[in-house]
Design a binder for this molecule. Structure first.
Ligand code: AMP
Length: 362
């Protein structure tokens, strides 16, 4: 199967790797000539809204997918006219609009933070009366990784509204969470659904640093309830492929924060730690194959490598440690690789994670 991908970043690279291993032929479209997927597949360098490039991709491939949710809806529409695009336009539309996203999560019975639509400073003043302070003002469109957000502590509503840039927004009550979790799900073309174990994510400055799989101490009943709601959500979107739900854990209550209609950084550990990786599972789903087992092979942790890859990490030899280098030029704040540690011995797993983290911080 020739699989077209919108986006050739590290997710595209790892999808392309998995596609090649399955005997498929990946092709990427990305505006950046140095996109990391270029190392493993043909790359069309053009903006996502370039009609000629989209048509060239559509001519070349049997079906298409995307590796990030900010692809223009028009690009997916144009491709969809000639080839199946999975996941489809509805998953993208919901993931691109924080208001629609929160409403869809509520409709499918997830708990979320209290939220209100805000379209002006007056709306904001009224919403602040109801949700209290601090609250978080988030732009409806275009925000990710903590961008497009303003924490409203004691600012006047007019100032907070101006700080966000005066764009359509939602105000969310501040959630005093204990930790962040995520659930990576996958839905097959025929509607079958599978789940990877819930994982725990630690962020710093809005960027994921460490994922632990499985997340310690998630009540089995909570995980079952979460999976039940997730099935409803995936069905409501008629989603095909991987979808990730980011969650807050507040004293055992799990609140859904947002969805990513794609493979996710918090699922990278599945390459070594699960029976089927999230990338393989995504490709199986979109090509109409059975999903395969998503069970844990071994407890795992993933440490993101941000900015640059420490030299000492390249030569570190520890049981279960695998380094992934995306081949990107070093730059502050940029995800340039990750390290996965799989180990059945919990103490040794933690010791290796600590060692990797200390090299990353040095
Ligand atoms: P988001 O862009 O929605 O993923 O938010 C980025 C990060 O901001 C999250 O990972 C949380 O750490 C934090 N955050 C977002 N929404 C809330 C909220 N309602 N309450 C507390 N923290 C939040």
């Amino acid at each position: 199967v020739i699989v077209g991908m919108l986006g050739g970043g590290q997710l595209g690279l790892m999808l392309a790797d998995a596609a090649l291993a399955m005997g498929h032929e990946p092709r990427c479209l990305d505006p950046k000539p140095d996109s990391c997927a270029r190392r493993v597949c043909e790359l069309i360098v053009a903006p996502f809204d370039d009609p000629a490039a989209l048509d060239a991709l559509a001519r070349d491939v049997d079906l298409a997918t995307y590796e990030f949710e900010q692809v223009p809806a028009a690009a997916v529409e144009r491709l969809s006219a000639s080839v199946p695009v999975r996941p489809g336009a509805e998953s993208l539309r919901v993931a691109q609009d924080r208001l629609l996203e929160k409403r869809t999560l509520r409709r499918t019975r997830f708990e979320t933070a209290a939220f209100e639509a805000v379209d002006g400073a007056d709306d904001l003043a009224a919403a602040l009366e109801r949700l209290g302070r601090p609250s978080i003002l988030k732009s409806r469109f275009g925000g990710y990784d903590g961008k497009g957000q303003v924490r409203v502590v004691d600012q006047a509503p007019e100032d907070a509204w101006a700080a966000l840039g005066g764009v359509p927004a939602i105000l969310e009550a501040h959630v005093p969470f204990d930790r962040e979790l995520s659930l990576v799900c996958v839905r097959a073309l025929g509607g079958d659904v599978a789940f990877f174990p819930v994982v725990e994510n630690r962020h710093e400055h809005g960027i994921l640093r460490v994922t632990r799989a499985p997340a310690p101490a998630v009540a089995p009943a909570s995980e079952v309830a979460l999976q039940h709601h997730a099935r409803g959500l995936l069905g409501a979107l008629d989603h095909v492929g991987v979808l990730t739900i980011e969650l807050f854990d507040v004293g055992g209550r799990l609140l859904a924060n947002e969805i990513a209609p794609r493979v996710h950084n918090s699922g990278h550990w599945t390459i070594e730690g699960a029976e089927t990786s999230q990338f393989t599972a995504h490709l199986r789903a979109i090509t109409g194959e059975p999903l395969g087992p998503t069970t844990l092979r071994s407890p795992a942790a993933m440490v993101n490598l941000i900015g640059e890859i420490p030299g000492a990490l390249r030569t570190l030899d520890r049981p279960g440690l695998t380094l992934h280098d995306y081949g990107k030029a070093p730059r502050a704040g940029r995800k340039v690789g990750h390290a996965t540690i799989v180990d059945d011995d919990p103490a040794r797993l933690e010791a290796t994670v600590a060692e990797v983290e200390s090299l990353v911080r040095a």
